[in-house]
Design a protein around this ligand. Structure first.
Ligand code: ADP
Ligand code: MG
Ligand code: ZN
Length: 479
């Protein structure tokens, strides 16, 4: 490829406040259309906005978590445009003086760590929604639902520091993880609570002047953003190869075809005529409040991951999986507090626990196999009451019923057989049934050992102590 890819992302995160940014209406998703509205969010003349303090707190949280400077005095601005889902005829946003500036995030792609600049984070209100429907006589009607109008958004704008679709995805995932960790956004991409515009341009390798960019609008999944950027790179490369010029425009990604198409060019671009909103005074944020908010930040995923490696001696990979969400991390730490072997816990959490949860679409906070039950079971393995293999059966049952592992072991008769005589008897039976294989083994086909182990375990219905089976079997075969 003779072109260098340059990408900058603008991410919109809907904030998890109960009420809207400038009025007291509920932000709940999925309510009856226009049932959550008032004169302010309907844009009635004379209705005045009042800023929701929670929104400011959440914006500061996002800024602190992404290493931004918090602007001591920021300004709300009117972004003017006409659209039927925007009753006021302008959107209240921030323009010249946003609440957070000059941040950065670290991403890792192919083992390389890279810093991505965050230009700014600002607060704004969302618009309403148009619902288009076909009518009985094959006509079309459009309806306006203003429940979403005035719900709080953060717009998080990156520097053009990303150099591939994979870097863009890594950055987006990181940002997603952080806002969800902070508890300021539910991160639901399908419902549009976390969505992204991608600005993509190409320049000749070695050049230091960025090329003309296209802006890909409103992409709402990690898979789509990769597809959209990759398609866009090819499209622009073809244009440049042919000696033509990329035009600056806004494009829409179509998930059905994996392609992007032009939505509007530079000529049709809006002139928003930004100006400070006279209805809202400048927002002054004192250092003391910023510090108070800093004190409420949770441990963030990067720090947690590093601590898991340092404190529990876990491999990087385990630390990453276990710190992927706060809920998984809490589950893991609750287990670690009850049972001192972090790696054993990690294996079970990454394996059986997450698999079972995924299978029935449950959250880890609702896992019927609680940290106490899981660690009780690990103790049964350690004491030799059950084997690691039987433990999988116990876990299944524990997950299904929430019963105590010891009770499951008793009820199902799963206690491990550690009685030498009993195991020898099983081995004798198995060897007696397979005289041919025994002879082959004794003639040097040592590979068959695994076969015998398998047969003995099967005959014991998984209950024989594996170490003892190995030892006794070897003795008998050799002798
Ligand atoms: P706008 O307000 O028109 O969207 P901005 O200057 O705020 O423009 O930039 C928006 C995004 O575009 C930012 O994330 C920025 O990093 C990115 N960007 C700017 N120039 C380029 C470029 N030449 N190629 C790719 N991304 C770019
Ligand atoms: Mg833009
Ligand atoms: Zn309202």
């Amino acid at each position: 490829m003779k072109y260098q890819v340059v990408i900058g992302l603008e991410v919109h995160a809907q904030l998890l406040t109960n009420s809207k940014i400038f009025c007291g209406c509920s932000t709940r998703f999925g309510a009856e259309p226009n049932s959550q509205t008032c004169p302010v969010c309907l844009g009635m003349p004379g209705a005045l906005p009042v800023l929701n303090g929670k929104v400011v707190e959440y914006a500061v949280k996002a800024g602190l978590a992404t290493n931004c400077a918090i602007t001591p005095r920021s300004i709300f601005a009117r972004k003017n445009y006409f659209y039927p889902d925007l009753p006021k005829g302008y959107q209240i946003s921030q323009y010249e003086l946003p609440i957070c500036v000059n941040g950065c995030l670290e991403i890792e792609v192919d083992g390389e760590i890279k810093k991505i600049g965050i230009t700014r984070i600002h607060m704004e209100e969302d618009a309403g929604k148009l619902v288009h429907m076909e009518t009985m006589d094959a006509g079309e009607k459009s309806y306006v639902d203003l429940n979403r109008a005035c719900t709080p958004l953060l717009e998080i704008v990156s520097e053009p520091d990303l150099r591939s679709a994979d870097e863009a995805v890594a950055y987006l995932k990181k940002l997603h993880q952080i806002v969800v960790y902070l508890g300021i956004c539910d991160g639901n991409m399908e419902e549009g609570s976390f969505r992204c515009d991608a600005n993509v341009s190409l320049m000749p390798v070695g050049s230091d002047t960025f090329g003309t960019r296209a802006e890909l609008k409103n992409i709402n999944s990690f898979r789509f953003i990769k597809q959209a950027i990759e398609y866009e790179i090819e499209r622009q490369a073809d244009i440049l190869d042919e000696g033509r010029k990329v035009v600056q425009e806004t494009r829409l990604f179509d998930p059905a075809t994996g392609t992007t198409r032009s939505m509007r060019g530079k000529e049709e671009a809006h002139d928003y005529r930004y100006f400070p909103d006279p209805d809202l005074v400048p927002l002054v944020i004192g250092d003391d409040w910023v510090e108070e908010i800093r004190g409420t930040l949770p441990e963030l995923p990067d720090v947690k991951r590093q601590r898991y490696v340092a404190e529990f001696g876990l491999p990087e990979y385990d630390a990453e999986v276990l710190s992927a969400s706060r809920e998984i991390a809490e589950y893991f730490e609750a287990c670690a507090a009850l049972y001192p072997q972090a790696k054993t816990i990690s294996n079970w959490v990454m394996g059986e626990v997450l698999r079972a949860l995924k299978e029935d679409g449950r959250e880890i906070a609702d896992c019927p196999a609680t940290p106490r039950l899981l660690t009780d079971m690990l103790q049964l393995i350690e004491k030799g009451t059950i084997s690691g293999k039987i433990a999988k059966t116990v876990f299944e049952e524990m997950y299904k019923t929430g019963k105590e592992p010891a009770r499951i072991v008793e009820e199902k008769g799963l206690v491990q057989v550690t009685d030498t005589g009993a195991i020898e008897k099983i081995i004798d039976d198995v060897l007696a049934k397979e005289p041919g294989q025994v002879e082959e083994y004794r003639n040097g086909k040592e590979k068959l050992f695994g076969f015998f182990v398998g047969q003995v375990m099967k005959a014991s219905r998984g209950k024989a102590n594996p170490a003892m089976v190995n030892e006794l079997l070897l003795k008998k075969l050799k002798g």
